[in-house]
Ligand binder design. Structure first.
Ligand SMILES: [Zn+2]
Length: 230
């Protein structure tokens, strides 16, 4: 069956206003989506210091709206093109440091939100491939731009995003490239990514339109956890 998985990226107190808007809009169109939460965005927005934000998120989540671990800092250093972006990427570190951050994530999602079983979607969809096996010691699944990896299966999927934080022209180009892939890709699962910048750059209505269109075409809303049970 054709599935559509919608995720809100970069859920953090830094973007509290934007997340409020996205949740409010999204709820008018779909009742199932993931929220990708970053624990301490840019090393500056530790959710621990924002109890009202934790409270707000707790009100949003339920059986159909699930939190996913989206890194601690989301630091990728955007100043220089590709080389530096990845040089400072937060999971580019020794295994023991990654283990520590995974353990910390598990502990904190447990204490703030009462979540024991957690999934992982690394920032910018990047995680060193050599170390990816260890993810399953801590998480039920992880998602990259190719698809969703579970312990015993892989769900290929096509990501769709507007990249609203880039210039309007590039953003349109990226969106059409993704859309082009949708036409030729045979996978039945489409993942729609919504970013706080979609509020700033007013691309949210376009995304909602896309969601409505896909549902009309027979795509069923799903979240990552849905694929575990089957
Ligand atoms: Zn992100």
């Amino acid at each position: 069956m054709k599935k559509i998985i919608v995720s809100i990226h970069d859920v953090s107190p830094k973007y509290e206003k934007e997340i409020h808007t996205i949740v409010r809009e999204l709820n008018k169109h779909i009742d199932k989506y993931n929220l990708l939460l970053t624990l301490n965005f840019e090393n500056n927005w530790n959710i621990e210091k924002f109890p009202s934000f934790i409270k707000f998120i707790k009100k949003v989540i339920n059986n159909n709206k699930k939190l996913v671990y989206h890194g601690h800092t989301h630091l990728i250093n955007k100043r220089v093109l590709f080389y530096h972006v990845f040089k400072y990427f937060e999971f580019f570190k020794p295994k023991k440091d990654i283990v520590e951050s995974f353990q910390d994530a598990k502990k904190r999602f447990g204490s703030y939100f009462g979540i024991q079983k957690l999934g992982f979607e690394p920032p910018v969809w990047y995680f060193p491939k050599k170390k990816s096996k260890m993810i399953f010691d801590y998480f039920q699944y992880y998602a990259t731009k190719k698809g969703i990896y579970y312990k015993n299966k892989f769900i290929p999927s096509v990501p769709y995003l507007f990249a609203a934080d880039t210039s309007a022209l590039i953003s349109k180009l990226i969106a059409s490239l993704f859309f082009f892939r949708l036409i030729f890709d045979k996978s039945k699962t489409i993942r729609i990514s919504i970013h706080p910048s979609d509020v700033t750059y007013k691309t949210l209505p376009k995304i909602m339109k896309k969601i409505d269109q896909l549902i009309k075409k027979g795509y069923k809303p799903a979240i990552y956890e849905d694929f575990i049970k089957k």
